[in-house]
Design a protein around this ligand. Structure first.
Ligand code: BTN
Length: 255
């Protein structure tokens, strides 16, 4: 994996053949003071973790499984934007290297066609008012054939190989994503959050669509308008009111 001169993201890179979860290791070295931008990759994970306590199938070397340790000078309440920035970096990295257009499905799934190509799991270590580090874990399906996916994923998961019929270099894709990550992280530090949100909305397959919001208390239909700075989805209801929904609370279904 090559990193341009001056790029901080990926300058330090730790690679494992097998590990439980690159996010777990990234948190460990984050606690031990590793430099900002350190990247942890693995051929295989025995306990890859997804959002909301799910498992992330990553028991083979056909995907990209990696985590980035960041030390942003942001208040803990503002780190949500990093996950939005990471989704944009993945989409732009894939466009740059392969000229393939992926989409972002709220909150932060990477979509190809109508299937899930990848996902992002962000974990934060903070004290009141201060961020120690943020771990951005990214899983992307690259060279899987459909038989490589667990049964229940087979009609839900995409891979770049399934989409293009070709095998792709994981190292090239990783380099491209790290480079676009560096670019968008620089925008973030420069306070260009509006531009990041605009990019997210541009790549989003959720914005502009009718969605059904299902929570424990209510169920309603609205049109997804945008993502908010804190990662919530802004939905315009039939009566014109705007509601913000957070990913923990609700399910969103396209209609
Ligand atoms: C999701 O549920 O969509 C998020 C999946 C995130 C998976 C990646 S793979 C690398 C990193 N290590 C983990 O254990 N999880 C993330």
């Amino acid at each position: 994996v090559s990193v341009p001169d001056g790029q901080q993201i990926g300058r330090e890179l730790v690679h494992f053949a097998d590990i439980d979860s690159t996010n777990n290791y990234a948190k460990k070295i984050g606690n031990d003071g590793c430099p900002h931008g350190t990247v942890v990759t693995a051929e295989r994970q025995t306990l890859g973790r997804g959002r909301v306590g799910r498992l992330w199938q990553s028991d083979n070397s056909r995907g990209l499984w990696f985590s980035i340790v960041l030390r942003p000078d942001l208040e803990p309440e503002k780190v949500q934007i990093i996950t939005l920035a990471a989704s944009v970096a993945v989409v732009e990295g894939i466009i740059e290297v392969l000229d393939i257009n992926c989409g972002i499905k709220w909150p932060n799934d990477i979509i190809l066609g109508s299937c899930k190509l990848g996902g992002i799991l962000t974990e934060l270590s903070a004290e009141p008012g201060h961020v120690n580090y943020v771990v951005v874990g990214i899983g992307l399906n690259i060279n899987q054939d459909s038989g490589d996916f667990d049964q229940e994923l087979q009609d839900k998961a995409a891979s770049l190989k399934l989409f293009t019929g070709k095998t792709h270099s994981r190292a090239k894709i990783l380099s491209g994503i790290l480079k676009s990550f560096e670019k968008i992280y620089t925008m973030l530090l420069a306070g260009e959050t509006r531009q990041i949100i605009d990019k997210w909305n541009k790549y989003s397959v959720t914005v502009g669509k009718e969605v059904r919001i299902i929570s424990r208390e209510v169920e309603y239909i609205g049109t997804a308008q945008s993502v908010a700075l804190d990662g919530k989805l802004v939905v315009k209801c039939k009566d014109g009111t705007l509601r913000e929904v957070s990913s923990g609370e609700v399910q969103v279904r396209g209609l």
